[in-house]
Every structure is written in C-alpha cells, then in structure tokens.
Design a protein around this ligand. Sequence first.
Ligand SMILES: Cc1cc2nc3c(=O)[nH]c(=O)nc-3n(C[C@H](O)[C@H](O)[C@H](O)COP(=O)(O)O)c2cc1C
Length: 146
Amino acid sequence: MESPSLHRLAYVSTYRSGRVDGELTALRAILSVSRKNNEAADVTGYLIFDGESFIQVLEGPHDALQATMDRIARDERHRDVAVLATQPIETRSFREWKMGGYRRTPAQDPIFAAHGILGKIDRSRIDYETAVSLAQALSLGDARSP
Ligand SMILES: Cc1cc2nc3c(=O)[nH]c(=O)nc-3n(C[C@H](O)[C@H](O)[C@H](O)COP(=O)(O)O)c2cc1C
C-alpha cells in the first residue's frame, strides 16, 4: 500500500557551473547521491537537464519529499530554485528515481515541442502540469528506446 501522505512536487532551477567540477562530473555526482538517498527515503521521480535549466519531479511520502527538497534547494550547483507546486497524489507516475539521459538530446525535441518548449527551456513558461507531463512523456520515451 502506498503511504496516505504521498505527494508530488515539481521545481525548476538554473544550473550554476562549477569552478572546479565540470558539468559531467557534477551531474554524475548528483545522480549517484540521489539514487542512494531517494531509494532509502522512498522518493521517486525524474530529472530533466538541458545544459542550462533543470526541471525535476519528485514523489514520495510528504515529510521525506520535503526533507529531500530542502537539501536540493540549498545545493550550490544550481540557483533560483522555484517549487512550482506540491500536491497530494494517489499513485506515483515514476516507479524509480531517474534522470532522463544525462542531458537532453535532439531526439527528444518533439516531446519538448509538444509541451510548448521549442528551443531551450524557458523556465518562466513552465508550470507544474507542464513539468509533470513532460517528465512522464520523456520517461515513456526512455522505456521505448532500446
Ligand atoms: C538538480 C539537482 C537535483 C538533485 N536531486 C536530488 C535528489 O533527487 N535526491 C537527493 O537526495 N539529492 C539530490 N540532489 C543533491 C542534493 O542537493 C544534495 O547534494 C544531496 O542530497 C546530499 O545532501 P547532503 O550533502 O546534505 O547529505 C540534487 C541536486 C541538484 C543540483
């Protein structure tokens, strides 16, 4: 049974390039820590990165989700972290925590375009529904590709 306190949140943020770590190193570090922490906290979700902006959807029991988001918001590898909404849900859309590839690829452009994102992510135009729908569509695409 899923926890009755199951919630989902989505946020957008802007990548802040490190003075020491390159982009790839930073992303790899985020991925490995997140997999471990999220599995322990029963948090699942999906992370999108296009080289400039992050969109992340996270799902889990309310308190675990909040604790995870508090840590993420303090992370200096990104800035202007804006939570779009936090809402109760009945079932998860994401069964595991995943990053959609390391970085957005041209093959995903049609999925971004279907969500009104024609070039780079314009974070001022992303709302909660768009973020969730985009993450769902990208994760389905991942499942279909070999
Ligand atoms: C874009 C982005 C997404 C992240 N996603 C997660 C996540 O889903 N889960 C997580 O535990 N940490 C995530 N992190 C890493 C956290 O900010 C933090 O570094 C990590 O949880 C370790 O926290 P601690 O050093 O306080 O233990 C993310 C960081 C960034 C920049």
